[in-house]
Design a protein around this ligand. Structure first.
Ligand code: ARG
Ligand code: ZN
Length: 872
């Protein structure tokens, strides 16, 4: 049941060609798959052929055109074995019957909004036909699709369309697609149905013309302009930054409402959750615009990092995902403010990946075992995987990184590679030994780096002491020290970086200290003034850095560091200290004094016009309760944290009220809505101060801003402030929002989310009631995520209610959803991943719910795996 990396063996047979014939009908689908097999070198003739299946209904099987005698094969819905295949190349022709209408798992072929669509990654192709469904089996696909013309005017698959026409004497038509690039089955896609098509074109650097097509539900075409523009910018960026051109005549994106994940990079035919395609000012926030751009780029970049070079096995998932996330983050950084993008990415890493790494679901960026691969599409594989690539670039420099990537594309194009292959390209291109660096792929957990500082003024000498440790994680009790690049500067009294004459104690290359042991003493000599060390600039490594710095030093960095990331970080660190002592005090019924210098420092950053508006907005956004819970780490009491946050917010808002009011007026837009970065930055800052003002008593402002809003960013910010603070206007605004957007599921998801996050005791009843609302559907992953997952992961006080009712509700939902869609259920269940960090009473309730799930009959592998590991 457990799959191990160490057991990897190539398949005895290769597949060189596949011909698929889909016959779609309203009451079912027939698939004929004709597959050409070739015995691999060194494999004995007659070795049995074993193919993967999943819930398949086999109609017929033929070998080289002739029916196979019954004793020559065995089949179950999960497996097909041909006992003694011929010695030479042979064709197997398998006919299966599918019922896409009833496929609620949304893997394989399913229906969404009346259309047909497939999702094959990771192991969905085996739900279409029996196959060697693994990423190291690469074949050339030709796909014929036939369907009733009225139900499916568009028939799409991978590659280029080579034929199409009517089926004479019927109301049916067909299309034939051929993809010349060998690919694994997980990159196969087929889509058929009624869409609105938006067409454009792109001319590649070498002058090839590519047709660009986006398919959406009829009526939604006007919302695709941003996606199309993002696609063209992504295509150009991959050419200029990596020398990678697109390789087919057409690139298609299909947007669907029912989708398990964000999007899928199927060769030439990306399928997207429509959340990451559709955007206009009335219905999408500025954050949605940024997500659309990032996901479009991500899937497009997979064409080279994922498709042209794929993964040898699923343990290597980070080879394509971590690298491609790194590439999409870098792209987005180039489109808007790089520091603002970096802060957003680090916030995501810390809020999603750090807790994963600190809990029972921790696993290495490249895991070495799994039971269900769908449970490894995680923040660790994606986000930490991207951090590892970023560190590699930091260590070997931009030129070395580009040389290594060029070598990777040259060496591995058209094949299925491993992390070892990837690292060898950088080692070979730069001559650098990356053996120790590889630990980042194999060792789980977040390293802790403790720093202490000693300044000797008379000698002009600064001594930094670094100690690296790591806590045990599942299966890894003892850790070796990692290679940690610490980007740094020595900030002088005026805010400029100071120089030094000599440095010793660790490798220091430019502005990067490279730690590679458990303990380092780094000594800077010839420093002319008292420095405040600014460490881990740009968050140069995914570690927890603990600084001994005092408040004055952090305030200095908060107002002067020339690295914007660390300016932001210093403010967060100061707020975090206040919140941790505030939480301590709240548990014993005391209040703590908040340093007035700290309370007013936030208003000062908000008012600093030398800074980007979007940055100022982030700088005045205080850590949230999940951030504080993560920092405290054990014996967590979410109600005490919430109290401490309320107190700090009130102090910051009061100290800054006049400044915040002035900014709120200044940032009002004159003239029509614009989507660009400048206008979005102004909205972000205005809405960040709105949040403070509403908490400081200017409640009417929320309702007023809601009514005046001419775009979704402002409207949702005002609604969220009203609902979160619990203003009297909140119910009216919610009702208005529903009426305005009823019938627009993506927007109604925002309505569900706002209600699910309200930090109040009534919220659980409300969420429960909303599961019966006509706008909700347990079969649609977006609706489930908007309501239930948001409640479980975005509402610290109510999910973690002291009476355990939040856990019980979510556990019930997990069990109910497991019958419909195990992937969605397992995702939701991972909301329990930090249960051991809670105070004893809540911890006991959470444990009881996990045990109830483990004991439930007929669990999916997905849910059984998460529940089992959570309790280990
Ligand atoms: N490769 C897709 C993406 O990152 C994710 C698809 C995962 N799907 C799944 N069912 N596990 O871009
Ligand atoms: Zn991806």
């Amino acid at each position: 049941e457990t799959i191990r990396l160490a057991d990897y063996r190539p398949t005895p047979y290769a597949i060189t060609e596949v011909r698929l014939d889909f016959r779609l009908d309203l009451d079912g689908t027939r698939v004929v798959a004709e597959t050409l097999f070739r015995r691999r070198d060194g494999i004995a003739a007659g070795t049995p052929l074993v193919l993967d299946g999943d819930e398949l209904d086999l109609a017929e099987i033929r070998l080289d055109g002739a029916p196979l005698p019954p004793d020559a094969w065995t089949a179950t819905p999960q497996r097909l074995e041909v006992r003694t295949p011929p010695a030479d190349d042979f064709h197997l022709t398998v006919t299966t019957w599918l019922d896409p209408e009833r496929n609620t798992k949304l893997m394989g072929l399913y229906r969404t909004s009346g259309n047909w669509c497939t999702q094959c990654e990771a192991e969905g192709f085996r739900r279409i036909t029996y196959f060697l469904d693994r990423p190291d089996v690469l074949a050339v696909y030709t796909t014929r699709i036939e369907a009733p013309r009225a139900a499916a005017p568009y028939l799409l698959s991978n590659g280029n369309r080579i034929d199409a026409g009517d089926v004479p004497g019927t109301d049916r038509h067909f299309a034939v697609w051929h993809d010349p690039f060998p690919k694994p089955a997980y990159l196969f896609a087929m889509v058929a149905g009624t869409f609105e098509r938006i067409a454009d074109r792109f001319v590649t650097a070498s002058g090839r013309e590519v047709a660009l097509e986006i398919y959406v539900e009829p009526g939604r075409g006007a919302r695709t302009a941003h996606a199309m523009d993002s696609l063209k910018r992504s295509m150009r960026w991959d050419e200029t930054e990596y020398g990678r051109e697109y390789d087919l005549d057409v690139f298609m994106i299909v947007a669907v409402d029912d989708f398990n994940m964000g999007a899928m990079e199927n060769k030439g035919l990306n399928v997207f959750n429509e959340k990451y395609v559709l955007a206009d000012s009335e219905t999408a926030t500025d954050a949605d615009y940024a997500h659309v751009e990032g996901v479009i780029a991500h899937e497009y970049f997979h064409n080279w990092t994922g498709n042209r070079i794929t993964c040898r096995d699923w343990f290597q998932l980070c080879l394509k995902e971590g690298l491609t996330v790194f590439r999409d983050q870098d792209f987005s950084g180039d489109q808007r403010s790089r520091p603002v993008k970096r802060i957003a990415d680090v916030r995501l890493l810390k809020s999603h990946q750090f807790p994963e790494d600190a809990g029972p679901l921790a696993h290495p960026v490249r895991p070495s075992t799994y039971r269900e691969i769908n449970n490894f599409y995680t923040a660790t594989v994606y986000e930490k995987g991207a951090e590892v690539v970023r560190m590699l670039k930091t260590l070997i420099g931009a030129d070395g990184f580009r040389a290594g990537m060029d070598l990777y594309f040259a060496r591995h194009d058209g094949s299925a590679a491993t992390i070892e292959d990837f690292l060898a390209c950088f080692a070979d291109a730069t001559g650098r030994d990356l053996e120790r660096f590889k630990l980042w792929y194999t060792q789980s957990g977040t390293p802790d780096v403790m720093v202490s500082t000693h300044w000797d003024a008379s000698a002009g000498r600064l001594r930094l002491t670094f100690d690296q440790t790591a806590l045990p994680t599942p299966g890894q009790p003892v850790k070796a020290p990692m290679v940690v690049p610490i980007r740094f500067g020595l900030v002088g009294p005026s805010g400029d970086d100071l120089a030094w004459e000599r440095v010793s104690g660790a490798e220091v290359a430019g502005d990067v200290i490279v730690l590679d042991g458990a303990h380092h003493e780094v000594v800077f000599e010839g420093v002319t003034a008292r420095p405040v060390p600014s460490l881990l600039r740009g968050f140069s490594a995914p570690v927890r850095l603990t600084l001994g710095s005092d408040t004055a030093d952090l305030l200095h960095l908060m107002s002067h560091d020339r690295d914007p990331f660390n300016r932001w970080q210093a403010g967060q660190a100061l707020a975090m200290r206040a919140l941790i002592s505030g939480t301590q005090a709240a548990r014993t019924g005391q209040t703590v004094e908040i340093d007035p210098a700290l309370a007013s420092a936030f208003a000062a950053v908000a008012a600093d016009e030398s800074l980007d508006t979007a940055f100022r907005a982030l700088a005045i956004t205080l850590p949230n309760d999940a951030d504080v819970a993560r920092e405290i780490g054990t014996d967590v009491d979410p109600d005490a944290i919430a109290t401490a946050i309320e107190q700090l917010r009130a102090r910051v808002a009061t100290a800054g009220r006049a400044t915040f009011r002035r900014i709120h007026a200044e940032m009002a837009s004159s003239g029509p809505y614009r989507a660009d970065a400048e206008a979005a930055g102004r909205r972000a800052l205005r809405n960040a101060v709105l949040d403070h003002l509403v908490r400081a008593g200017d409640g009417d402002l929320a309702a007023q801003r809601y009514r005046q809003a001419d775009n979704m960013t402002d409207r949702l910010a005002a609604l969220t402030a009203a609902v979160t603070v619990g203003l009297p206007s909140a119910e009216d605004l919610l009702a208005d929002f529903y009426q305005r957007f009823a019938g627009d599921p993506l927007v109604i998801d925002k309505w569900l989310m706002v209600q699910a996050t309200a930090p109040r005791a009534e919220t659980l009843d409300r969420v429960r009631a909303l599961t019966a609302h006509p706008a909700f559907a347990a079969t649609n992953p977006n609706r489930v995520r908007a309501l239930i997952t948001t409640f479980a992961t975005g509402n610290q006080t109510q999910f973690n209610r002291a009476d355990g009712a939040g856990f019980a509700f979510v556990a019930d939902q997990v069990l109910m959803l497991d019958r419909i869609n195990p992937q969605v259920a397992a995702r939701l269940l991972s909301a329990f991943r930090s249960w051991r960090a809670l105070e004893p009473r809540r911890r006991a309730y959470a444990e009881a719910e996990l045990k109830r799930i483990v004991a439930a009959p007929d669990l999916s592998r997905d849910v059984a795996d998460i529940a089992g590991r959570s309790l280990e």
